[in-house]
Design a binder for this molecule. Structure first.
Ligand code: DLL
Length: 431
């Protein structure tokens, strides 16, 4: 069975890898000189691309943060002219505006090849039928996996999200061997399949990602769906899915070191940490044309593993254990508490105090927002209460692309905070 898509790149020896990384790093740094943000950043830090003699010299360069991307909305980080951009995706920003990511034709091909590496690594290929049960819109998960799976010649079913019973019928009727979705949706799928009395005999492999999930959840999913479950990590700003992926060892995720330069830092001090030390993942993509980023702070907490891997590929990352900021992941969608605040502030019928509760109900994340009513914009009638509630639900949905439950409460009834506000209560357990 073919287990490498690009064996040479996946198994480069350390000396060749470093030489390639250095060459690609210099090229990437040159390419961002066309981006005003970076010209200013480099000037302010007193660094120039010509200063880079070794990979360690990267540490002289400042970080790029999600907020910087938001400030550059919409196209401030594109390093190529618009006519070279062939696709745009977006991801949620910290307040109103999303973060935009752009791709050249070559980027799309590079991305599909990286996903093809992941899928080939776990032994799937032309003989497999692949049902891609994630959103095909602005989210990178749908189209990203779609083209990677087509590249390796799988039979692709672009079923996207929703209509779980129909999804199950397709798995059965089309003899699907491999599914891709968020782990929480997989759990829901397994329950509905059970209700329908479907055993989903054809399934072999589950690729799950876009949100954190535990090893307990892995065992449960494997038992319920009869699959081997693999963790898939990605982030829109670095193409999307396909950044790091488990191999059959399923003990840490391989990140493609020829394509991504990895650093782990102390999120408070920015200082670089050693292998085996847990901190925030910082990545400099080495093969992106449209939107190369320098030292991008992902906000994800992990570490580089000291030991190599039996499969022969490079150093692995441990599974993501949390975030170094306040970003929440609800059913695979990134939500910042500041976005919720932003939406509520524009609605005169409600006050500015709110609380967010997150629960797992039937294995799916559910978000409840409690907000105080503003008496001066409320008639006191029950019908008016329903109108306001509907309005808040709609406004939150328009911004977050997420269904929430909204509870309107009496003015003055929510907690006030003297220090740092703790507005989010996450009641999701391990599973
Ligand atoms: O979630 C891309 C993706 C699609 C990954 C499909 C895997 C499968 P974003 O919407 O930009 O991109 O969200 C990125 O999601 O910074 C992590 O916090 C979180 N995340 C993604 N994958 C995992 C994972 C896609 N396997 C953010 N484990 C990242 C834990 C994950 N967290």
């Amino acid at each position: 069975m073919r287990m490498f898509w690009d064996k040479k790149m996946e198994t480069l020896n350390p000396a060749d890898l470093h030489a390639l990384q250095l060459k690609r790093l210099k090229k990437t740094l040159h390419s961002v000189e066309s981006v005003e943000f970076y010209r200013k950043q480099f000037d302010n830090a007193g660094v120039a691309v010509s200063d880079v003699k070794t990979l360690d010299d990267l540490q002289k360069f400042p970080f790029t943060k999600k907020q910087d991307l938001r400030d550059g909305y919409p196209f401030g980080f594109f390093a190529v002219p618009m006519r070279k951009i062939v696709r745009i995706h977006t991801t949620s920003g910290t307040t109103g505006k999303p973060t935009v990511v752009g791709y050249t034709r070559k980027d799309l091909d590079t991305w599909a090849n990286l996903i093809a590496r992941n899928m080939t690594m776990i032994g799937i290929g032309q003989d497999d039928v692949f049902q891609n049960m994630v959103n095909y819109g602005m989210f990178t998960g749908g189209l990203g996996f779609h083209y990677g799976a087509e590249k390796i010649g799988m039979t692709v079913i672009p079923s996207a999200t929703g209509n779980t019973r129909r999804q199950i019928e397709m798995i059965r009727d089309f003899g699907v061997t491999t599914i891709h979705c968020t782990p929480s949706y997989a759990m829901h799928l397994s329950e509905v399949a059970e209700e329908m009395g479907e055993t989903l005999e054809s399934l072999k492999t589950g690729i799950f990602g876009a949100e954190p999930w535990s090893d307990n959840m892995r065992h449960t999913l494997e038992n319920r769906l009869g699959v081997t479950a693999y963790d898939s990590y990605g982030i829109s700003e670095l193409f999307g899915p396909g950044v790091a992926f488990e191999c059959p060892e399923r003990d840490g995720l391989h990140i493609w070191h020829d394509s991504y330069l990895v650093e782990i830092i102390n999120p408070k001090t920015g200082e670089r940490l050693s292998d085996g030390e847990r901190g925030e993942l910082v990545v400099t993509p080495l093969v992106k044309e449209a939107m190369p980023l320098i030292r991008y702070r992902t906000g994800d907490v992990t570490m580089l593993m000291e030991d190599g891997c039996l499969c022969g590929r490079g150093k692995k990352l441990t599974r993501i254990s949390g975030r170094s900021d306040d970003m929440l992941i609800i059913r695979g969608i990134n939500v910042f508490p500041s976005q919720i605040e932003h939406v509520l502030l524009r609605i005169p019928e409600v006050g500015n105090q709110f609380m967010v509760y997150i629960d797992k109900i039937n294995h799916l994340d559910e978000m409840t927002v409690e907000v105080e009513i503003n008496r001066s914009h409320f008639s006191g009638e029950l019908a008016d209460l329903a109108r306001i509630q509907k309005k808040v639900v709609k406004e939150l949905h328009d911004t977050l692309e997420l269904r929430t439950t909204v509870k309107l409460v009496e003015p003055g009834s929510l907690p006030r905070f003297e220090g740092k506000a703790k507005r989010v209560i996450d009641r999701r357990g391990d599973i």
